[in-house]
Ligand binder design. Structure first.
Ligand code: SAM
Length: 286
C-alpha cells in the first residue's frame, strides 16, 4: 500500500533535502488527491505523459504504473539523483533536468510518440510560474489531448470563470480559446509538505480540436483581450483607446455600434465570440 506521507518524509530524510521555496516546492502527501489526478487524467498504456516538476516522484510513481511512457521535466538538480534512484527499474521513465519554459515541447513530444497514441500533460505545478506554464502549453499548440494540473485555487477560479463573472480575467478567455476547462477537486493546504499559504484545486483542460472561435489575427485577438482587462474599472472603449491598439476612439465607437454593444460596456461582459468579432473588425481598420 502506498503512503505518500511516509514516503515523502523518508526521502527527505534519506537525501537531507529541505523544500526549496523559490522553486515552489510543496510536495503532495495526500493519496486520495494523487488517485484523483491519475483518474481525471485518464492515463492509458498507449499514452505519453509529460510531467512538469516531478519533485520527489510521488505523482510520477503512479503515472509510471499507468502510462506507456513518462517524461518528467525537473529544474532542481537536487531532485535528479533521487528520481533516478527511485525509478531506475522502470524502462518507461525519462528525466530531463531543465526549465520547462525553455524546453521545445513540440520536438520532445514528436520525438517520443513512437508506438504511442496520445500525449497528455500531468503536473502539480510550481505556483510561482503557473500561468506562464499553462499559457506556454496552450500557445505552443502542442499535439496533446489534455492538461491535468494542480494550481492555486484562485487561478483555478479564474480559468474556469464564466464571462461576466467577477473572477473572469484575460486568462479565462485565453484558456477557453484553446481548451475546455473543468475543476476536478479542491485540495486543502494540509495535503502538502510544507503546506503552502493557499488552497489548491486540480483542473483539467481538454484541448479543443480547433480554437473555439475564428480570428483573423490571433496576436491582435489576445492583445485586445489583455488590454480590456488591464484597467478593469475602465470601459472597454477607454481601455482599448489607452492601449494604443486602435487608431482613434471614433472608429472603435463605430465598431462597437456595429456589434450592437454599448459604448459603456466593460470588457468582462463580452463573450469570447464577441471578442473575436471585435478583434476581427479592429484588424480591418489598422
Ligand atoms: N510533483 C511533486 C509533488 O507533487 O509532490 C512536486 C510538485 S512542486 C509543487 C513543483 C515542482 O516543480 C518542484 O519539484 C520544483 O523543483 C519544480 N520546478 C520549479 N520550477 C520549474 C521549472 N521552471 N521547470 C521544471 N520544474 C520546475
Amino acid at each position: 500500500m502506498r503512503n505518500s506521507l511516509e514516503d515523502t518524509k523518508f526521502i527527505l530524510k534519506k537525501y537531507h533535502i529541505t523544500a526549496n521555496k523559490k522553486l515552489g516546492q510543496n510536495f503532495l502527501i495526500n493519496d486520495e488527491v494523487i488517485n484523483g489526478i491519475v483518474e481525471a487524467s485518464n492515463i492509458q498504456k498507449e499514452d505519453l505523459v509529460i510531467e512538469i516538476g516531478p519533485g520527489l516522484g510521488t505523482l510520477t510513481s503512479e503515472l509510471l504504473e499507468n502510462a506507456g511512457k513518462v517524461i518528467a521535466i525537473e529544474l532542481d538538480e537536487n531532485m535528479i539523483p533521487i528520481l533516478n534512484d527511485r525509478f531506475k527499474l522502470y524502462d518507461n521513465f525519462e528525466l530531463l533536468n531543465e526549465d520547462v519554459l525553455k524546453v521545445d515541447l513540440n520536438k520532445l513530444i514528436s520525438e517520443n510518440m513512437g508506438g504511442l497514441s496520445k500525449a497528455k500533460v500531468v503536473a502539480n505545478l510550481p505556483y510561482y510560474i503557473t500561468t506562464p506554464i499553462i499559457m506556454k502549453l496552450l500557445e505552443d499548440k502542442l499535439n496533446i489531448e489534455s492538461i491535468t494540473v494542480m494550481v492555486q485555487k484562485e487561478v483555478a477560479d479564474r480559468i474556469t470563470a464564466k464571462p461576466g463573472d467577477k473572477l473572469s480575467g484575460s486568462i479565462t478567455y485565453s484558456v477557453d480559446y484553446y481548451a475546455e476547462a473543468e475543476k476536478i477537486v479542491f485540495v486543502d493546504k494540509s495535503s502538502f509538505i510544507p503546506a503552502p499559504e493557499v488552497d489548491s484545486e486540480v483542473i483539467k483542460l481538454q484541448i479543443r480540436e480547433e480554437p473555439k472561435v475564428h480570428v483573423e489575427n490571433e496576436e491582435l485577438f489576445f492583445k485586445v483581450i489583455k488590454a480590456s482587462f488591464m484597467q478593469r474599472r475602465k470601459t472597454l472603449l477607454n481601455g482599448l483607446n489607452n492601449s494604443g491598439i486602435i487608431k482613434d476612439k471614433e472608429s472603435l465607437k463605430e465598431i462597437l455600434q456595429k456589434l450592437g454593444l454599448s459604448v459603456d460596456i466593460r470588457g468582462e461582459k463580452l463573450t469570447i465570440e464577441q471578442f473575436a468579432e471585435l478583434s476581427n473588425l479592429i484588424d480591418k481598420t489598422i
